[in-house]
Design a protein around this ligand. Structure first.
Ligand SMILES: Nc1ncnc2c1ncn2[C@@H]1O[C@H](COP(=O)(O)OP(=O)(O)OP(=O)(O)O)[C@@H](O)[C@H]1O
Ligand SMILES: [Mg+2]
Length: 422
């Protein structure tokens, strides 16, 4: 089949690799893609939000499946637009993507359907006094979240009233534009975090191996939140008993109630979990593959990934299309630009990629650009490097050895990725 993949990050590079290696993929296009994907997918010269021309392209070129990587097109309703022309998408509609695109939607959905999650209050910018009073009366830490999309930066875990109030004022003043005009003030959950990705067809789902992300910029989980600085898979935090709880208390009710409410969820459902004393709470939903969890998780699968996504998009998931490799551990470290996520310089030449091992090592590009044949840094998160081995220790050790071979000015990465899992 012919597939169009939307997006340009490390996640999409990894998806492109899996799709291009799938038996049922005949041709893969990407929009816009990145320099790392050049050999495996044909880039389209369209704007990523020009949905009219994307539709025309799909119809003219008889695209069988569109796979959407990032959240912004989901929030725009790309799936609704393409579906009007009967173009099949592996991704949720705008209504189903509300699970990610509106924190308040997700919180009310979970409250209504008794899906375990932190207690919360929704507050609008007109009611700033209510926010201040609520913070005064609350214990700390407390969590302040912008309702809308904020590229992983719209959540502040505040340790005292001063930090909490400052976060609220920033959001109400427009730090995240419209996304922060409504906020969720949430109880702080103790525990260890893990992520689950489920391939969903609206009714049924296939669980992919679980993983743990590292959201803060500095070692020991310090500093501001980022889009994600590294991941490993599987985690030690999730055992069979917890997995059963996640399926029964979270995934099944989420899919069932989304369907009952007339907004069935098709696509990759990402559930961010807090696990404490054997209990699970949902921290968040994302309506798409995570970055960099996807890079760590997909390292475990073999088979026809394209067939899996196509079957899910068709409403009849074929779980036999892929297999999960046994006894494997993966480690993914993100190489960023120093200063990310606040401010950073770009345009520095990246060297040494040719020296990276080619067995059990996978390099994905995200913030890169090609200029006069040179590969330059072009974003906060520049590359992600994945290594696999039969133990997490070995995968991690190998990863940090390979990273040494890559050089560019202002290279920054966390040194403690996956340590928690060892
Ligand atoms: N109730 C909570 N208790 C403790 N920590 C929390 C809570 N809510 C969020 N966090 C922390 O903040 C991080 C970001 O929160 P959340 O996942 O809701 O934000 P996001 O911006 O949607 O993230 P992403 O970019 O992964 O989609 C979480 O991974 C977790 O570390
Ligand atoms: Mg999110």
């Amino acid at each position: 089949m012919k597939i169009l993949l939307i997006g340009s990050g490390g996640r999409e590079h990894c998806l492109a690799e899996k799709l291009s290696k799938s038996k049922s993929t005949e041709k893969l296009y990407c929009l816009p893609g990145n320099p790392g994907m050049l050999g495996i997918a044909e880039p389209l010269g369209l704007r990523i939000n020009d949905y009219k021309r994307i539709t025309e392209f799909c119809l003219t070129n008889q695209i069988d499946l569109v796979v959407v990587g990032p959240e912004a097109p989901l929030a725009d309703g790309i799936v609704d637009i393409l579906s009007e022309s009967n173009i099949k998408c592996f991704a949720p509609t705008k209504a189903a993507a509300q699970l990610e695109c509106s924190k308040t939607f997700a919180k009310y959905f979970m409250r209504k359907h008794k899906i375990p999650t932190a207690k919360f209050r929704k507050i609008c910018s007109e009611n700033i006094d209510e926010a201040m009073e609520y913070i005064e009366s609350h214990s700390f830490p407390i969590v302040i979240k912008a309702d809308g999309l904020a590229a992983g930066k719209g959540v502040i875990v505040a340790n005292n009233a001063y930090e909490a109030k400052a976060a609220v004022i920033d959001m109400f003043k427009g730090k995240f534009k419209e996304a922060g005009k409504i906020i969720v003030v949430e109880e702080f959950l103790e525990g260890e975090e893990a992520s689950i990705l489920a391939i969903c067809d609206g009714n049924d789902f296939l669980l992919l191996p679980h993983s743990q992300d590292h959201k803060r910029i500095y070692d020991n989980d310090e500093g501001p939140n980022t889009g994600g600085m590294g991941a490993y898979s599987p985690t030690k935090i999730i055992n069979d008993e917890i997995l059963k709880k996640v399926e029964e208390q979270v995934l099944k009710p989420t899919l069932n109630y989304m369907r009952e409410e007339g907004t069935p969820f098709v696509g990759c459902l990402y559930v961010g979990l807090m696990i404490h004393n054997g209990g699970v709470n949902v921290v968040e939903y994302n309506a798409r593959f995570g970055d960099p969890e996807t890079q760590a998780v997909l390292a475990h699968i073999e088979g026809d990934f394209a067939k899996l996504l196509y079957s899910a998009a068709s409403g009849n998931i074929d779980k036999s299309a892929i297999r999960i490799k046994k006894d494997l551990h993966s480690c993914c470290v993100v190489l960023a630009s120093k200063g990310y996520p606040i401010s950073f310089e770009k345009g520095f030449e990246i060297k040494g990629l040719e020296n990276i091992g080619n067995e059990d090592v996978f390099l994905y590009q995200s913030g890169t650009t090609l200029e006069n044949g040179k590969l330059l840094t072009d974003g906060g998160r520049v590359l992600s490097l994945v290594t696999v081995a039969d133990s997490l220790e070995a995968a991690r050790k190998r990863n940090y050895e390979e990273i040494e071979k890559i050089s560019y000015l202002n290279k920054y990465y966390r040194k403690d990725i996956a340590l928690k899992g060892i």
